[in-house]
Design a protein around this ligand. Structure first.
Ligand code: BGC
Length: 729
């Protein structure tokens, strides 16, 4: 015992006595190596030790081919300066897993959006961060926090949907998870990067990053967004992840915003990110998003990772010589990059080792499955699900999505470590006693014939979607090579009354057959363990945990951006955000359009009751709160997502106010008969709207309607919250 105490004491003594500068790292013994100094201070000292040429060398990336992906290839590399022990910075995509060689293919980020769960987002970020790190990277180009403005957007699957509060909250958790795993998170893409562009006629929707675009290309389009809309909708998720999540880096987007390219946009980068939000990290350019050396450096860009030419030494030295850029401006950028590196602990640890065997692939596959279950949304259920296995003899499984791994294309595409398809997982789970017959579903008549004689028909409907081009339309039949899907679902549903449709799509699609099928599940791109997750949800081994993070319209014309080329995809490279703040459900609510499935919707296998809504106004420093009791009133364990919506008045008379805005959500998992009391906290920022005149968020005095529900259209309890001295009579 005594020796243990002595031993412990010695360890403590050593820990206290050890000079901070000797922390296990690669910093050396330079004046900037003491961890007792602030990252700022350390960056300042190291900057002084660098020659002007070395400083310039840190602005542009140094690897042209890494962007192609593949084992051993970092998506980006910025060489260090060995003379002063400044380490090299290695960067990897991306939002659904590492793009370097094989990795755990997580469910698409939109599925994480559907989880409506902070803890799931933290774990997702931690998993991706862990793998990126074990592939030798210091920084990850993720999460993508662009709002889905139109479901046609080619990167819809990479987003967390249409709501800024949901996106910002999950983004914050993702960033925290990744950064705790030891890598720098990069929120992307600031800002208004909401479309890829309308593909030219005859172009297939493959996943080439550069495809012929007919209009509104992300590389050139200028987003015309009013200040309020920008702040309340499109910037809000970045604001949250930077101010609340302390994201270490931000990636600026390809498009122009208010006339100037995002990566050269002084008002955006120096103004909003740095001055308004206090962002101290580095701004990194999207790949090829820099157009002018001086404009970029003066506008607040710090790193051009690829191709590293416009911020390469030759171009920067030329700008310095011409006087369009000053040494002080170069130093400012370098210092921010160094600060980011110091703050992340990079100097004070050994370089990460690239070795996939360090990755817990089996554990991560299980986590990928859990995320997929949490994000799977049950949209219809006329009693068929969960499928009873008793007496089940045959299943007709139809559709290519049941037999192949499918994900989104582009820089967030992941080559999976392993995959389990629905066909494999279902066959294994049901065992030899059940005949699972498969058909790819190319011919509706063949599919219907197979379905006719089966006890149950399960049809998988898919779309294809990729960075680099938008979807052509929202019908399943718009998918290249799979143009018979809607007809096939109709034919199968007519042949077998017990038909389940499982969607594996990038985002909202049209569901014209929804009243003719017994059950409908949206599984998104469910990742490498997707087959297992969908099987478990179908059979009731897992609860369909998801809720829609985006509105599913009845008709494509109902979308805010439909029918007006100026609104989408833009005319002459000008896209006008005419719907303003009325994005997603805000539009459907304000225009009183009934969607097929509203934002927040999703059924459970059990039943729920909400009662005892209590609302407390803010007093002194204590924020306003809303609380409610949630009870599982059914007979099985399950999960529910309680959603809090507020009606916040318009900043000024005559401006629009969304009928409701999501301001809180909480996922609860309860056993039958159990209850949980949950409390939502409302900060002043949650209650504010953007006052363009004041150039600030302001809270208006008033009586705000409070709505607690199971979706944006299923409000169960209502109340009122007096705000900022306002009264509720
Ligand atoms: C994408 C970024 C990505 C980068 C590097 C770009 O095309 O827009 O999101 O991080 O490529 O792969």
């Amino acid at each position: 015992m005594r020796s243990v105490v002595v031993g412990l004491f010695t360890v403590l003594l050593v820990a206290v006595a050890a000079p901070a500068a000797e922390a296990a790292g690669r910093c050396g013994t330079h004046p900037w190596c003491s961890t007792a100094l602030s990252p700022d201070d350390r960056a300042g000292r190291l900057l002084q030790a660098l020659t002007p040429a070395e400083r310039v060398s840190l602005l542009g990336g140094d690897d042209l081919l890494g962007v192609l992906g593949g084992a051993g290839h970092h998506t980006g590399t910025s060489d260090g300066v060995p003379r002063v022990d400044l380490p090299t910075l290695y960067m990897s995509d991306g939002p659904a897993g590492s793009r370097q060689g094989s990795a755990t293919a997580m469910p698409a980020p939109i599925a994480l959006g559907a989880s409506f769960d902070r803890a799931t987002a933290t774990r997702y970020g931690a998993l991706v961060g862990d793998e990126v790190r074990k592939k030798g990277n210091d920084l990850v180009f993720a999460p993508t926090l662009d709002i889905m403005r139109t479901p046609l957007g080619g990167r819809t699957f990479e987003s967390y949907g249409e709501d800024p509060f949901l996106t910002g909250t999950l983004g914050t958790s993702w960033v925290q998870g990744a950064q705790r795993a030891g890598v720098i998170a990069t929120v992307k893409h600031v800002a208004a990067n909401n479309q890829e562009g309308k593909l030219a006629e005859g172009t297939t929707a493959d996943d080439a990053l550069i495809r012929p675009i007919a209009a509104g290309s992300r590389f050139t389009v200028n987003a015309n967004v009013d200040a309020r809309t920008l702040r309340e909708i499109y910037l809000a998720p970045y604001e949250a992840a930077i101010t609340g999540g302390h994201a270490g880096a931000a990636m600026c987007s390809y498009n122009r915003l208010g006339g100037s390219f995002a990566c050269q946009n002084d008002a955006l980068l120096n103004g909003i990110l740095r001055k308004d939000w206090g962002f101290q990290g580095a701004v990194i350019a999207d790949y090829g998003a820099v157009h002018d050396t001086a404009a970029a450096l003066n506008g607040g860009l710090d790193i051009e990772p690829w191709p590293g030419t416009l911020l390469g030494s030759a171009a920067v030295n030329e700008a310095l010589a011409a006087g369009t850029v000053t040494q002080a401006t170069v130093d400012r950028s370098v210092r921010r990059t160094l600060r980011m590196m110091f703050a992340s602990g990079m100097f004070d640890r050994a370089a990460y080792r690239e070795d996939d065997t360090q990755i817990d692939q089996a554990g991560h596959a299980r986590q990928a499955r859990t995320v997929a279950e949490s994000g799977t949304v049950l949209l219809e259920n006329r009693g068929l699900l969960p499928l009873a296995t008793k007496g089940l003899k045959s299943v007709a499984l139809i559709g290519v999505g049941a037999d192949t791994f499918r994900g989104g294309g582009g820089s967030s595409k992941v080559v999976p470590f392993r995959t389990v398809t629905l066909r494999q997982a279902l066959t294994a789970r049901l065992g030899a006693g059940v005949d699972v017959r498969y058909d790819p579903g190319n011919d509706p008549a063949v599919a219907a014939a197979l379905a006719k004689d089966a006890d149950v028909a399960i049809v998988v409907g898919v779309d294809s979607s990729s960075e680099g081009g938008d979807r052509r339309c929202l019908r399943l039949s718009c998918t290249d090579g799979l143009t018979q899907q809607d007809a096939m679902i109709d034919a199968v549903a007519a042949a077998n009354r017990r038909t389940v449709v499982v969607l594996q799509t990038s985002g909202p699609v049209l569901t014209p057959w929804r009243d003719r099928v017994q059950a409908l599940l949206e599984a998104w791109y469910p990742g490498e363990s997707g087959g297992e997750a969908v099987t478990r949800v179908l059979l009731g081994d897992a609860e369909p945990g998801g809720r829609l993070p985006a509105t599913f319209p009845k008709r494509e014309e109902d979308e805010a951006t439909a029918g007006d080329p100026e609104a989408y995809p833009g005319v002459d490279d000008q896209v006008r955000y005419k719907e303003g703040v009325l994005v997603g459900y805000r539009w459907f609510d304000a225009k009183r359009i009934t969607p097929a499935y509203p934002f927040g919707a999703g059924l459970s296998y059990t039943t729920w009751r909400y009662r005892d809504l209590r609302i407390h106004r803010s007093r002194g420093r204590a924020p306003a709160t809303v609380s409610v009791t949630v009870t599982n009133t059914g007979r099985r364990r399950g999960s529910d997502v309680a959603q809090l919506y507020l009606r916040i008045p318009a900043p000024r008379a005559g401006q629009v106010a969304a009928p409701r805005q999501l301001k809180g959500f909480r996922r609860v998992a309860l056993k039958p008969g159990h209850s949980a009391r949950i409390t939502f906290t409302l900060t002043p920022r949650d209650l504010a709207s953007w006052n363009t005149g004041a150039n600030a968020f302001r809270v208006k005095a008033g009586c705000y309607p409070v709505m607690l529900g199971r979706s944006s259209r299923d409000i169960v309890l209502k109340g009122r919250l007096p705000v900022a001295g306002g009264r509720c009579r």
